[in-house]
Design a protein around this ligand. Structure first.
Ligand SMILES: NC(=O)c1ccc[n+]([C@@H]2O[C@H](COP(=O)([O-])OP(=O)(O)OC[C@H]3O[C@@H](n4cnc5c(N)ncnc54)[C@H](O)[C@@H]3O)[C@@H](O)[C@H]2O)c1
Length: 351
């Protein structure tokens, strides 16, 4: 059994990853999450309950084993809680750590910058220190397509430099990549940073467009359409994302001996460090996404037009050659199919 820590286990992507690892069967999984109230905590507890973790049995800082899956335990803990995180790593010699916990959201970072520093910077440092102490075999962590910021060359490529983030959220994700590189270089920790592109699917996040749209359409309320719907997003179905995370787990980052420090490729290094995009590589116009959603919901949306929001980019489109070549894998769920299964879940969950 491979001992693995998955942070953000009560979150959208973490929940799906835990389910995939449970299905794989050869992992002893510890899920961690602080269950903060950035969005409705009932959704977080409901995700955990689906994996056999009951709220009534959890005590902060103490792990509780799933009632359904003996290989899965969960601990409520804050990444930024240094003492508790030190004790966690002292007691658990994880072979693999997957860090998905973070303060997510671009717009929220304009109003609440400090929570990004706590979770994404201090929290990530505690993860790195824990990995250093236990000499982890591989650290895989969530980065984001938002690090591309002002880069206009399409598709967005990990081999291009990303020095111009346009939100604090993106800046903290970029900082994670830099922090990981320093630990890969100094302590030989294999680290893989995964830049996810707009993830959607069942158990999705209430602050993101698919859930906001579905909720408003269901309630007959207007949806906010930014930039007249003239924005493109590389919507990526959550099963494709966690399959990519799983492929990354299986292949710890290696040093690249041919890496040229005079002309440094930012996606690799002389250290065991790697940055990979996980995206559908098929950007969809926001207006078309809304049409797909209307069809699946069986109802037309009332649209309220708004200008482009600060921190938002116009197009995201992932270059995925490395994903395909290194992991032998590419996202495959088509928008229609993905939106249908999201809407099916939405209707049953909120029934
Ligand atoms: N969903 C997307 O489209 C997307 C795109 C790019 C990157 N990402 C990244 O992927 C990761 C997972 O995203 P998600 O969509 O599942 O978000 P999510 O908010 O649903 O999940 C994150 C989880 O982390 C937990 N968390 C936050 N701060 C914590 C802390 N200090 N200590 C412990 N737990 C904490 C939250 O309670 C939450 O359950 C995040 O790092 C996010 O930045 C997501």
């Amino acid at each position: 059994m491979i001992k693995i820590l998955v942070t953000g286990a009560a979150g959208f992507i973490g929940h799906h990853l835990v389910k995939l690892l449970i299905r794989e069967g050869n992992y002893e999984i510890l899920g961690l999450d602080n269950i903060n109230d950035y969005y409705d905590t009932r959704l977080k507890w409901a995700r955990l309950a689906e994996s056999g973790i009951e709220q009534s049995r959890t005590i902060y800082g103490q792990s509780v084993t799933s009632t359904t899956y003996p290989n899965y335990a969960f601990v409520q803990m804050d990444l930024a809680d240094r003492k508790s995180m030190e004790a966690l790593f002292d007691n658990h010699p994880f072979q693999v750590v997957v860090n998905l916990a973070a303060q997510a959201g671009i717009r929220y970072s304009l109003e609440n910058p400090h929570s990004y520093a706590d979770s994404n910077l201090t929290g990530f440092l505690n993860i790195l220190e824990g990995c250093r102490k236990i000499k982890v075999e591989h650290l895989v962590y969530a980065s984001s397509s938002s690090v591309y910021g002002l880069n206009a060359k399409m598709p967005l490529d990990t081999h291009d430099h990303t020095q111009h983030p346009i939100s604090l959220y993106a800046a903290t994700k970029k900082a994670n990549e830099m922090m990981a590189h320093s630990y890969s270089h100094l302590f030989g920790i294999p680290t893989t940073g995964l830049r996810f592109f707009t993830v959607y699917g069942p158990w999705g996040r209430p602050d993101m467009a698919p859930m906001l749209f579905a909720t408003a359409i269901h309630q007959g309320k207007p949806i906010k359409v930014f930039n007249n719907g003239d924005m493109y997003r590389d919507f990526t179905y959550v099963d494709d994302i966690v399959q990519g995370v799983y492929q990354a787990i299986l292949k710890p980052a290696q040093p690249s001996p041919d890496w040229n420090s005079a002309k440094p490729d930012p996606s690799i290094s002389s250290a065991p460090y790697r940055i990979i995009n996980i995206g559908n590589a098929d950007p969809v116009k926001l207006g078309d996404f809304i049409t797909e959603m209307e069809e699946a919901m069986g109802k037309v949306a009332i649209k309220e037009m708004h200008p482009l929001q600060p921190g938002d980019v116009l197009i995201t489109n992932a270059e995925v050659t490395d994903l395909v070549e290194q992991y032998g894998y590419r996202p495959k769920v088509k928008l229609k199919e993905g939106v249908r299964s999201f809407v099916d879940w939405f209707k049953s969950y909120y029934a």
